[in-house]
Design a protein. Structure first.
Length: 483
């Protein structure tokens, strides 16, 4: 037997073993056939004979080297070293792209993550011989891994139409059911909580009730103008409906609505309500998540309308590795203040944010850093400012259904002047603020859908205008349900 015949017989024999080893388990990890049989059709033999004629023109040494390379590639394949076997099979295919080599190359590419190459090789085999239904099952596997569920369904139904053995039919039907579940699903989520917190400064006023003005006068603040503490009831609700087209990469649509409301037990004029609804198309790729939310918000302060808001906040997160990403975003806010005496505060705000995120332990620990640049332009220059913020946060998912979240933010704001109330009392220089904000929260799941949270929040605003110099401490708890 010459070397060329040996090469073809060896490849053919190994192909039989391949189908016994590989097609005895379904493409999705299911068993297919107890006795798989691989028989080449006349069309497949015609294709291979053309390759045989090509190899006859090669020197015996070249054929021997090709034979040795194939043996090494198959050895690596059985050892699950697919990334090492794949380059060898690609080289072999350039010289002898037989039906068996096409199969090995497609199978290896599929397991090495080169799904497009696997699809191409299986399609080539089916173009030559459409009756290779086991190859069609591998093609369905490749389509499934690529997220092309419609194509995977077509191939599986073609195999079903060929009246396959009962084990094969049952497995295909299970897989078709699984594909149907993943081909476009809506994921609703709802969270509702109520709680009680103590706020040391619900008015965000200065500590002293007697304020000296730059022109030598004094301001006697009323009780609710200075720092005043209160117990505050809190309601927070959030709902989301995420529609996923079912593909690993592609479009999603996320709609969300939220409500945050506080009710002071004594000082009702500081009650606050904010409602917001957004809709956002998402684009999810292998390394990139792009979000494009737009929405509407409305705020009520002291039971009177405060402002309406239009927002637009595109963002992108790029994963350099599975544990490191870079996030960036732009937020545009347009706030239209409703009360006549607050018309000067009507503004547009533009915020740029960038920073890295670190993911550990299957995203059970997430560390985030960010820097943001802010430019707010109000109708009254005294409310306009340029500012920046730097901050970091830590999320930890602990045992016993515990979650811990910590965040610290430092920010500076340089105003274009003084707000109207300060100007009335003689402050004429530009207002400058430095702010520290620290938040710590611990959430415990009690039952499947019930949770409890305790939290602490400290905010210190250091201003060169004494009227706006304040700090506050909030601590509280809430209980709620989530679905």
């Amino acid at each position: 037997m010459n070397r060329l015949d040996y090469l073809f017989k060896a490849v053919g024999g190994l192909a039989v073993l391949a189908f016994l080893a590989i097609f005895s388990t379904a493409a999705f990890g299911e068993e297919f056939l107890a006795k798989p049989i691989y028989t080449k059709s006349a069309k497949a033999m015609t294709h291979d004979n053309k390759i045989r004629e090509k190899l006859k023109a090669m020197a015996p040494g070249e054929v021997a080297a090709l034979d040795k390379k194939l043996a090494k590639a198959l050895e690596l394949f059985y050892e699950h070293e697919y990334s090492k076997a794949l380059p060898l099979l690609k080289e072999i295919a350039q010289q002898a792209d037989t039906m068996d080599v096409k199969f090995w190359l497609g199978s290896c590419a599929l397991r090495a993550g080169e799904v497009d190459l696997a699809i191409a090789k299986f399609q080539e085999m089916l173009t030559i011989d459409p009756e290779l239904h086991r190859v069609r099952l591998e093609l369905a596997t490749a389509y499934y891994k690529a997220g092309r569920y419609g194509k995977a369904r077509e191939e599986l139904k073609t195999v079903l139409a060929s009246n396959p053995p009962e084990p094969v039919r049952k497995n295909i039907e299970r897989l078709l059911s699984k594909i149907s579940e993943m081909s476009g699903r809506a994921y609703p989520a709802l969270r509702l909580g109520v709680g009680l917190q103590h706020d040391s400064n619900v008015s965000a006023g200065p500590e002293d009730e007697l304020i000296r003005t730059p022109v030598g006068g004094q301001i006697q603040l009323q009780d609710t103008q200075k720092e005043v503490s209160d117990w505050v009831g809190v309601i927070h609700m959030g709902g989301r409906l995420l529609f996923d087209a079912g593909r690993p990469n592609g479009f999603m649509i996320n709609t969300a609505a939220s409500l945050y409301q506080t009710h002071n037990l004594d000082h009702h004029k500081f009650d606050f309500t904010y409602f917001q609804v957004t809709a956002a198309p998402w684009w999810v790729a292998k390394r990139v998540i792009f979000k494009l939310p737009a929405g509407f918000g409305k705020a009520v302060y002291g039971h009177e309308p405060l402002y309406t808001r239009v927002l637009f906040a595109p963002s992108v997160e790029y994963f350099l590795t599975k544990w490191l990403s870079i996030s960036g975003g732009f937020t545009y806010l347009d706030d239209d203040y409703n009360p006549y005496d607050r018309q000067g505060q009507t503004n547009t705000n533009r915020i740029w944010t960038v920073g890295p995120k670190l993911y550990f332990n299957e995203k059970k620990q997430v560390i985030s850093f960010f820097y943001s640049d802010e430019n707010l332009n109000a109708e009254d220059d005294g409310y306009s400012y340029d500012g920046f913020s730097v901050g970091a946060s830590l999320f930890i998912k602990l045992p016993w259904d515990l979650e811990c979240y910590l965040r610290y933010v430092y920010s500076e704001r340089d105003h274009d002047g003084q707000p109207l109330p300060a100007r009335r009392f003689g402050w004429s220089y530009d207002r400058e603020d430095e702010r520290h904000n620290l938040y710590v929260g611990l959430t415990k799941g009690v039952w499947k859908h019930v949770f409890g949270t305790v939290y602490f929040n400290w905010l210190d605003n250091d201003s060169n205008t004494e009227l706006y110099d304040f700090d506050k401490t909030i601590y509280g708890f809430s209980i709620g349900v989530r679905f």
